[in-house]
Design a protein around this ligand. Structure first.
Ligand code: ADE
Length: 233
């Protein structure tokens, strides 16, 4: 997977994408990360202009963004993503879809946003990290990349751990059951005895029950989807 990020703050990258298993995947070439500094394509020292029609803030100019985009090759089939609170909420399903892409371009907005003509011309898909407003698209881009890249085969050593994730699309989507480790008794709190029983069937059943109970309690929206998926057609 080849990822290009257009940003006014290239120093943010790779950031958390350079450490741990994702960093290893980056160094091994399981994905590549090209970061393009929009400021390098400024027009008379500016990357933005005031909004037409008035209003506060500044808008990233389409000609500046076009020059930034023209500075590298964009293979056909490239997915264009624009992180924005106006977008569809990001999900595990989207992460799975993105993880199968060869080429992705992220455009990180700042200020009051981006001239919509640039988004329209390149059919950018707007994707939201959640119902709150960040200072720009960089934090959302990091999250989308991390959630997608970890699903590329070979990035996470043991692929079964992906299936045990919260929200795994194939098995859930349920929230993950609680985990325990040693010591067996810590500050008066004991590990549930079933987890020490060695009975794998019983452990599996307990974990499934816990996942169902937690999902039902915390995320009735996911629980509804899970129940609907279990019903025979
Ligand atoms: N940029 C600013 N806020 C955002 C959000 N909630 N999701 C994605 N990109 C953003």
């Amino acid at each position: 997977m080849h990822i290009t990020v257009l940003t006014l703050f290239p120093e943010i990258f790779p950031g958390p994408l350079g450490v741990s298993l994702i960093g290893k995947a980056l160094r091994k070439g399981l994905f590549t990360l090209q970061v393009v500094d929009i400021k390098a394509f400024a027009r008379q020292g500016r990357v933005d202009s005031p909004p037409c029609g008035g209003g506060c803030g500044m808008i990233l100019a389409p000609d500046v963004l076009e020059a930034a985009l023209a500075s590298f090759s964009v293979p056909s089939g490239t997915l264009f993503l624009y992180p924005s609170p106006r977008g569809r909420p990001f999900s595990q399903e989207m992460g799975q879809e993105f993880s199968a892409q060869h080429d992705i371009v992220f455009l990180c907005g700042r200020y009051e946003g981006v001239d919509v003509r640039f988004l329209e011309k390149h059919a950018f898909r707007e994707v939201s990290l959640g119902d709150y407003v960040l200072m720009g698209g960089e934090i959302a881009t990091l999250a989308f990349i991390e959630a997608s890249v970890r699903l590329i085969p070979g990035v996470v050593g043991d692929p079964t751990s992906l299936q045990e994730d919260s929200l795994d699309v194939a098995t859930g989507p349920l929230l993950e059951y609680p985990q325990y480790t040693t010591p067996v008794c810590w500050e008066g709190r004991s590990v549930p005895s079933v987890l020490l029983s060695g009975n794998h069937g019983a452990i599996q059943q307990w974990r499934q029950e816990q996942a169902c109970a937690i999902t039902r309690q915390r995320r009735p929206d996911l629980w509804k989807r899970y129940v609907a998926k279990q019903l025979p057609f």
